[in-house]
Design a protein around this ligand. Structure first.
Ligand code: NAD
Length: 376
C-alpha cells in the first residue's frame, strides 16, 4: 500500500480528555498501532499543555533511526483545546472531518473527584452528563455511531458481593458515580433507539503507573486525589509527606483499610484498543439480539489494601512514608474488586502487570520528572 493510501486507510478516532492521564496513554497505544489516527479534544481543565507533545516525542523515540518523514509525521496528534459543554466547539471538530469522517469516539473526558462531586454536584452533572449529551448529539449529526465510554467501578457503589460482576445493580454513592451511571444510560438508550449505534462502556477499577519509558505519566493539577500519585508526589517533595492520612482502619478487610483493584495504565490502554476492535460491524461481542451496548469491568481481579500500597511504594522509593490514621472518609466503600472474566472472554482483555510493576513505573516517571510536565 502506498503511503498516501495507508494514511487514507487509517481510522480517525476522536479521544475526549486526550491530554489527561488515561487519555494520553490511550492515544499513545492507539497511534502506535498505525491503524488509527487520533484526534484529541481536551479543554485543559486537568491537563498540561505539553502532555500531547510528550506522547508524540515518545512515539518518535520508538521509530527506527532511518524513519521516513511520513513515519515521523504519523506521530503528530491533531489536538483541539475545546470544551465538551460547548456544543459549538464540539461541532467544529466534527465539521472539520465531515459526515462519517470520524470512525469512532473514545469518551474519556470528565471531572473525577468523588469528594469534590459531593460539594459541587451541579458542576459534575454539567461537565460529565451534559458534556456526554452534547457529544452524542454531535456524533449523531455527523454520522459517527461508535463509542467507547470511560466508566468506573464507582457505578457499583457498595456492591453486595465481591468480586463484582457487570450484572451487579448500579447504585452509586456519590454524584460523580451518578454521572457515570447517567452517561451510561444515555448511551444505552441511544443504542436501543438506533440500531446502527455500537457502544462499549469500560468500567475501570484503579488505573495506576505510567509508561515504562518514564516519558509520560500522570500530572494532575494541585494535590493528587488518588493514593499512588499522592505518594509519588510526597516522594519527590511536591507534597508535604507529613500530611499522609489513612482514612479508616476498621473496615471489614484483612488489615482494616480499604481494598481496591489496581491495574497498570498500559494494560488499561490496551483494553481500549481491544474494545475499539470489538466495535466492528461483524464483532461477536454483539451477537445477542437487542441493543449493541455492552459494559465490561477492567481490573486485575485482585485486591490491594491502603497499607499494602504504602508498603509497596516504600520499597520502590526507599522513602519512609509515615501516616496518621483518621476516621473513615464519606463515600469510601470497604472493597472494590473486579470480576474481569467477561472482558477476558469477549474482548480478550487480561491485565497482567502487578502492583510492584505499577509502583516501579510510577516512580520511574515521577523521579525522572519531579515536576511532572512542568508548572501549569
Ligand atoms: N483515574 C482513575 O482512577 C479513574 C478510575 C475510574 C474511571 N476514571 C475515568 O476515566 C476518565 C479519565 O480519568 P483520568 O484519570 O485520565 O482523569 P484526568 O483528569 O487526567 O483526564 C480527564 C481529562 O478530561 C479533560 N476534561 C474534563 N472535562 C472536560 C470538558 N468538559 N471538555 C474537554 N475536556 C475535559 C481534562 O482536562 C483532562 O485532561 C474519567 O472519565 C474518569 O471518570 C478514572
Amino acid at each position: 500500500m502506498s503511503r498516501a493510501a495507508e494514511t487514507a486507510h487509517l481510522r480517525k478516532v476522536l479521544i475526549t480528555g486526550g491530554a489527561g492521564y488515561i487519555g494520553s496513554h490511550v492515544i499513545y497505544t492507539l497511534q502506535k498501532t498505525r491503524r488509527y489516527k487520533v484526534i484529541s479534544l481536551d479543554n485543559g481543565y486537568n491537563s498540561h499543555p505539553d502532555a500531547l507533545s510528550r506522547v508524540s516525542a515518545l512515539l518518535r523515540s520508538e521509530l527506527p533511526a532511518d524513519a521516513s518523514a511520513h513515519d515521523i509525521g504519523s506521530t503528530e496528534i491533531e489536538s483541539h483545546h475545546f470544551n465538551l459543554t460547548r456544543r459549538d466547539e464540539v461541532r467544529t471538530v466534527f465539521e472539520k472531518h465531515g459526515k462519517g469522517g470520524i470512525w469512532g469516539v473514545v469518551h474519556i473526558a470528565a471531572h473525577k473527584a468523588v469528594g469534590e462531586s459531593v460539594e459541587i454536584p451541579l458542576t459534575y452533572y454539567e461537565n460529565n452528563v451534559v458534556g456526554t449529551l452534547f457529544l452524542l448529539q454531535m456524533m449523531q449529526e455527523y454520522e459517527c455511531t461508535r463509542i467507547i465510554y470511560s466508566s468506573s467501578a464507582t457505578v457499583y457503589g457498595t456492591p453486595p458481593t465481591i468480586p463484582i460482576l457487570e450484572t451487579t445493580r448500579l447504585q452509586a454513592d456519590s454524584p460523580y458515580g451518578n454521572t457515570k451511571i447517567m452517561s451510561e444510560t444515555l448511551i444505552h438508550d441511544l443504542c436501543r433507539a438506533e440500531s446502527e449505534w455500537s457502544a462499549i462502556s469500560l468500567r475501570y477499577f484503579n488505573p495506576a503507573g505510567a509508561h515504562p519509558s518514564g516519558q509520560i505519566g500522570e500530572h494532575p493539577k494541585g494535590r493528587p486525589e488518588n493514593l499512588l500519585p499522592l505518594l509519588a508526589h510526597m516522594g519527590v517533595g511536591r507534597v508535604d509527606a507529613s500530611t499522609l492520612q489513612v482514612f479508616g482502619n476498621d473496615y471489614p478487610t484483612p488489615d482494616g483499610t480499604c481494598v481496591r483493584d489496581y491495574l497498570h495504565i498500559i494494560d488499561l490502554a490496551e483494553g481500549h484498543l481491544l474494545a475499539l476492535e470489538a466495535l466492528n460491524q461483524n464483532s461477536k461481542v454483539f451477537d445477542t439480539p437487542g441493543p449493541r451496548f455492552k459494559a465490561y469491568n477492567l481490573g486485575l481481579g485482585k485486591g490491594v489494601s491502603v497499607l499494602e500500597i504504602i508498603k509497596a511504594m516504600r520499597k520502590v522509593t526507599s522513602f519512609d512514608f509515615t501516616y496518621e490514621t483518621v476516621g473513615r472518609r464519606h463515600g469510601d466503600v470497604p472493597q472494590l474488586i473486579a470480576d474481569p472474566t467477561l472482558a477476558e472472554k469477549e474482548l480478550g482483555f487480561k491485565a497482567n502487570q502487578d502492583l510492584s510493576v505499577m509502583c516501579r513505573d510510577l516512580w520511574n516517571f515521577q523521579s525522572k520528572n519531579p515536576d511532572g510536565y512542568g508548572e501549569f
